[in-house]
Design a protein around this ligand. Structure first.
Ligand code: ZN
Length: 173
């Protein structure tokens, strides 16, 4: 099955999902997708598996979970989660906690933070130029750059939730 997403107008993509079973029991979900870095235009292909765990349900049957594949501060997350997230600008899917952790932990997501830091630096520089600019047309030029940079930051921070719930439902059938 394939999921498609559309974030704003700039980011579009699709994800290929393949359920891996071991004698009928789902053990992993293989993800295939490519993501394009909005800033460098560099395209990277990803192909990896996310493990699936199961726990018995109160009403009988099994409840299925993804095991978060992210590594933070040299430690694997391994949390059970129902939804995997791929924030805009990030490379790998992860659980909500991984992508909402403190700034310090977030630094481990290098590509994500690199771009965020770059935009914040740019914003600060342009704001300083704006404050010092005397001529109205130059101020206007910097004002526009500030608006564009802020929009870029907003876009970066907007979390792209690729909910694999449909997959969970399929698993529970
Ligand atoms: Zn996690």
């Amino acid at each position: 099955m394939t999921y498609s997403w559309n974030l704003g107008e700039q980011q579009k993509g699709s994800i290929g999902c393949r359920l891996i079973r071991d004698s009928e029991v789902p053990t992993a979900l293989e993800l295939t997708y490519s993501s394009t870095n909005k800033f460098t235009g560099e395209k990277r292909d990803f192909n990896y598996s996310v493990s699936i765990d199961s726990t018995p349900c109160n009403y009988g049957g099994q409840r299925y979970w993804f095991i978060c594949p992210l590594i933070l501060n040299d430690r694997s997350c391994h949390r059970r989660c129902r939804i995997l997230y791929l924030p805009s600008g990030a490379s790998y899917f992860g659980c909500r906690l991984c992508y909402n952790l403190t700034y310090r932990s977030r630094q481990e997501h290098r590509s994500w933070n690199y771009e965020n830091a770059r935009l914040f630096n740019k914003l600060r520089k342009v704001e300083n130029k704006y404050i010092r600019a005397k001529r109205p047309w130059i101020r206007e030029k910097y004002r526009r750059q500030i608006v564009a940079t802020r929009a870029g930051i907003e876009q970066m921070c907007k979390t792209l939730e690729v909910k694999l719930l449909k997959t969970c439902k399929d698993l529970e059938k």
